[in-house]
Every structure is written in C-alpha cells, then in structure tokens.
Design a protein around this ligand. Sequence first.
Ligand code: HEM
Length: 138
Amino acid sequence: QLAALRADPGRLIPTAVEELMRYDTPLQLFERWVLDDIEIDGTTIPRGSELALLFGSANHDPAVFDRPGTLDIARRDNPHISFSAGIHYCIGAPLARIELAASLAALLRRAPKLRLAAEPRRKPNFVIRGFEELLVEV
Ligand code: HEM
C-alpha cells in the first residue's frame, strides 16, 4: 500500500487519508445520553442511559464496507464515521483532512526511505487510539 501511495500520491492521498481514518479509527469511542426511550434491534434503551458509540467497530461493519479488515488506500465508497455524525459532527474535520493530506505528502516527499525501526508500541487506551512509541529510520 505504501509503494502504491508513493507511486501515485496525487491521486491516492485523498482516499488514503479517508481509509487510514477508517481502518485505524483515531477516536474509537464516544458517549451519548439517551433523551427518550428508544428501541434498537429489539432492545429498549431507556431515557437517561449512557451509551458508548463504538466508531472503530462501525468503521469495520461488513454490512457497510467491502472487505472491512483490508486496508485499501484506493477505497472509493468509504462512509466512515471517524468524525462522528449528527449535531456533534467534528467541526474541525475539513481542517484535519487538509492537515493529514499535507503532512502525508510532505512525509512521503522528504523521507523517501522511511521504514519502521522497531515494532510500534500502542498506548493502552481504548478511547483515543495512538502510539506510545513509533521508531522509524529515514
Ligand atoms: C484526525 C483529527 C480529528 C478527529 C479524528 C476528530 C474526531 C472528532 C469526533 C469523533 C468528534 C465527535 C465527538 C462526538 O461524537 O461527540 C469531534 C468533535 C469535535 N472536534 Fe474533532 N477531530 C479531529 C480534528 C479536529 C480539529 C483539527 C479540530 C479543531 C480545529 C476539532 C474540533 C472539534 C470540535 C470543536 C468538536 C465538537 C463538536 C460538537 O460537539 O459540536 N477536531 N471530533
């Protein structure tokens, strides 16, 4: 996937940004409070309940995504919810998309031999997904 991205960054960076956000969802979980009793799939969730929305899980839903476990930086149909949905949809999403595309392009350009120097270590956190340590050689 990295080789494909390097070969055609102009075409693939926009879809790669969306796919990387889907595949390794940065904010895995967010909460909501139920304002009225609601039934979902035969289960009634009463008013006042606190719910965890699993964005990372929704982004791997096989009913929505073709081959959800595969990282495909050219994926076109990609309705991920990494920026949430509804009235709390991330107000910074357009800026985040510009920053991600620009930084990915700069990284590919300035570090043509970039590779992992050690197995990355993830943070032990199930809300914000990220790395404790990511050692690379340039
Ligand atoms: C990759 C980067 C980012 C990710 C993954 C992200 C993700 C999210 C998510 C999932 C929510 C919704 C939380 C919910 O459902 O209640 C959210 C809300 C929000 N984000 Fe972001 N965000 C990103 C970048 C940014 C940036 C760059 C800004 C500001 C410049 C920003 C500002 C906000 C604000 C103010 C809200 C609250 C919106 C509201 O509740 O009405 N975000 N973000």
